[in-house]
Design a binder for this molecule. Sequence first.
Ligand code: NAD
Length: 356
Amino acid sequence: MQLFDYMGKYGYEQLVMCSDPASGLKAVIAIHDTTLGPACGGTRIWPYATEDEALEDALRLGRAMTYKSATAGLSMGGGKGVIIADPNTQKTEALLRAYGRFVDTLGGRYLTTTDVGSTGRDLEFVSQETEHVVGLPLSLGGSGDTSVMTGLGVYMGIKACARETWGSDSLRGKTVAMQGFGKVAYNTAQHLLEEDAQLFVTDVYEGALEKARGLGVEVVSTEEIYDVPCDIFSPCALGGVLNSHTIPRLTCSIVAGGANNQLLTEADGEELHRRGILYAPDYVVNAGGIINVSAEVGMTYNPELAREKTERIYEIMERVIHTSKREEIPTFMAADRLAEDRLASVRGVRTMYRTG
Ligand code: NAD
């Protein structure tokens, strides 16, 4: 499909190609939608094999940010930046500052933060050139590590699902299989363990497993995680893990985790629904990170506000479940509908003011 056709079909506003041969910067910034506020989304630094891959990733991730912020009730739109570079060998101050100058040309239409391959330290360089950066380290006046709130939000989402499934949101004695034990999973696990849930954990990285063992958690292999008898399956590593190979193996009643893009295809979301497994849409329950950075936009970072808004993920998840039941549609569709309804209503008001 032609680029303008694609942008028109999915409602993209702007696509920016950034080139700075002196520093080696090749980047794409995709602004999907600014109806609710400035587009906000992290900058991914990744050695994409082709330019098309980078472009596709920026577009897909930017649109997902619109839905995430809209459902979370934030006054922010969706966008994403990607830099084509190996984060281990090609990140330089010159490259990051060149990128910062491009972000600055957008005049605040796009606010950037960290993502895969970029760190708070990288953001410091970007912020030398532009003020349109959020999620800087706490020591620099930013909101710091996002995974603390993301973990809290995932936990809130799990509790809302538990209430729907078992009539109580207590997780005492419930078994949770966590795929990946990185930053988000660790923070989610803290809450689950406080409630005396029983955890099974897997990871490909020995350091992560050691951390899990340190918490007294049972470790299983990366393949076993799909088969381990559990009440809740919590994907906290990669995307695409809910697919036609894995879904038939799941024994859980609930799927709720922090990973982005968990469903390989929409058909997989429908299959979970058909099997009576309650799926917590990923962008609904993993919104704690974006909620955290939103609590520094236009104000001094307010951690209480961030926490309070993240705890609301419980009610948002309840609304998703309610819509799914009322409309007889899978939860992933219900979440999309809530986001699209909010965007449409705000667009309607804006149009009314412009024409009226
Ligand atoms: P992380 O890198 O700290 O943790 C990911 C963990 O997954 C690592 O320990 C890694 O070894 C493990 N892993 C990778 N491949 C695996 C596999 N095949 N099987 C088992 N484990 C595997 O990252 P994170 O910040 O915890 O993010 C986890 C997920 O949550 C990602 O999908 C990320 O996009 C998403 N997410 C993160 C945040 C945030 O605030 N950090 C916010 C929203 C969404």
